[in-house]
Ligand binder design. Structure first.
Ligand code: ZN
Length: 49
């Protein structure tokens, strides 16, 4: 199961939706927010999906 509800980091201008995304997995817990934040999808997530 790779797909997940979108999340993003307050430090990045992109959101993630794939649990295999390294960038998405490396976000520090205190910076994680649920949802897209109105940001574009991460390119790595886009490629993995
Ligand atoms: Zn990503």
């Amino acid at each position: 199961m790779a797909k997940k509800d979108p999340w993003h980091s307050v430090k990045q201008n992109i959101y993630h939706n794939n649990t295999n995304c390294n960038t998405g997995n490396n976000i520090e817990k205190e910076n994680i927010r649920q949802g897209t934040g109105g940001k574009p999808l991460c390119q790595e997530c886009s490629r993995l999906s």
